[in-house]
Design a protein around this ligand. Structure first.
Ligand code: SF4
Ligand code: SF4
Length: 371
């Protein structure tokens, strides 16, 4: 979970106690994937199962299981919980889970597609305000929305967004950009900015499926924008292009020592993720078997204190790794990380041609565009 640059939110980094905790490697934020099921079936989705998948539903953590995990997180002084999915509002006990977290005193964020937001949800959120609600908007025309979601949820989605707009709640609208909504991007971004008066986020980098489904992955790959199309969008966004230019500057000055450490990201330093079956992961995308801890046979403290550092210490046995991603100064401009590498190549420590090409072209464009 990244810290917000939204002027409407007090920055957590303003709290000195928090800065101390960050330095100490504490589990400050936890993502809870309440279900992998969703009432949409988006062409680019890396995680979704059908809303009616009975087997998946049966295997999901119960409210009691979730309370137990949340209590463990509470005793470890976790501050922030993200409720995500799939679509978290699909769970009948969503409000019970949400209220339980709020009454415990957690900051709570919610990722939702908005189509299931009811008047009752709004009342609960008004009584127990979330830190943030983030809604994915895939199209502002019914035809684009349906091309992506492959469901008739457009009217309900707009109704859900309308309910948020007419409430005092803080929320963000964002989108994933892909071939199926690329032509509507400007209208989507205008709609989102106007509806919220908050920074609009877009993500043009589509992640492959966590279940490694080949047919669905080939559809995701077809939906990916070309690097040139991505750069065109990034150019238009002033905040984003300024941030990328800064990354280009540090890319030029990074210490380039060759390293066999696989983890260069912050997964498992102050954050972790628990899926709806009770598996602890360093981040949502890291699903390789040996990197997953089954909480049903252990504890969150053991997952965090013993298992996670052991995973983070993983070294690459591939000498080529040191010469590529292990010493690459473009890593901060790149989608590469061990989790994405595994989804893309089947290994935690391989460069992926798509990532390399994207990072190099973005660097070359934004670096040469510096004043
Ligand atoms: S709405 Fe979100 S979780 Fe649901 S299918 Fe689409 S991308 Fe996946
Ligand atoms: S995938 Fe390529 S650009 Fe990205 S970190 Fe690895 S070597 Fe660098």
């Amino acid at each position: 979970m990244s810290e917000s640059n939204d002027p409407q939110l007090i920055s957590l980094s303003d709290f000195s106690a928090l800065n101390k905790a960050i330095k100490k490697r504490r589990l400050l934020s936890l993502a809870l994937e309440l279900t992998h099921r969703c009432n949409n079936n988006c062409v680019h989705c890396y995680i979704n199962l059908s809303a009616n998948d009975k087997k998946a539903k049966k295997n999901e953590l119960s409210f009691e299981d979730i309370k137990d995990i949340v209590n463990q997180a509470f005793s470890m002084e976790t501050l922030w919980v993200l409720l995500s999915g799939g679509e978290p509002l699909l769970r009948d006990d969503f409000c019970d889970i949400y209220i339980y977290l709020k009454e415990k005193g957690f900051l709570v964020s919610i990722f939702t597609n908005a189509s299931l937001i009811s008047k009752e949800h709004i009342e609960v959120f008004k009584k127990y305000p979330p830190r943030d609600i983030e809604v994915s908007v895939y199209g502002i025309s019914e035809i684009t929305h349906k091309r992506i979601t492959r469901k008739n949820t457009f009217t309900d989605t707009m109704k859900g967004i309308e309910r948020l707009i007419n409430s005092p709640l803080s929320f963000v609208l964002k989108t994933a950009v892909m071939q199926s909504n690329h032509k509507e991007f400007l209208q989507i971004s205008e709609f989102c900015k106007k509806a919220t008066n908050r920074p609009f986020k877009f993500d043009p980098f589509l992640t492959l499926r966590l279940d490694r489904n080949l047919r669905k992955n080939s559809r995701i790959i077809k939906e990916r924008l070309s690097v040139e199309e991505i750069i065109e969008l990034e150019k238009l966004d002033k905040n984003r292009s300024t941030a990328i230019k800064k990354q280009c500057l540090s890319a030029g000055t990074d210490d380039l020592k060759e390293d066999e450490d696989i983890f260069r990201c912050r997964a498992g330093i102050n954050s972790g993720c628990i899926d709806c079956y009770g598996n602890f992961k360093l981040c949502s995308s890291l699903v390789r078997k040996e990197c997953i801890y089954d909480l049903k046979n252990g504890s969150l403290a053991d997952a965090w204190n013993n298992f996670t550092p052991h995973i983070r210490m993983k070294k690459s046995a591939d000498p080529l790794f040191k010469k590529h991603c292990g010493s690459c100064s473009l890593v901060h401009l790149c989608m590469w990380c061990p989790a994405h590498s595994d989804l893309e190549t089947g290994e935690l420590d391989k460069p992926a041609p798509y990532f390399c090409d994207t990072a190099l072209k973005r660097y070359s464009y934004f670096n040469s565009d510096m004043p």
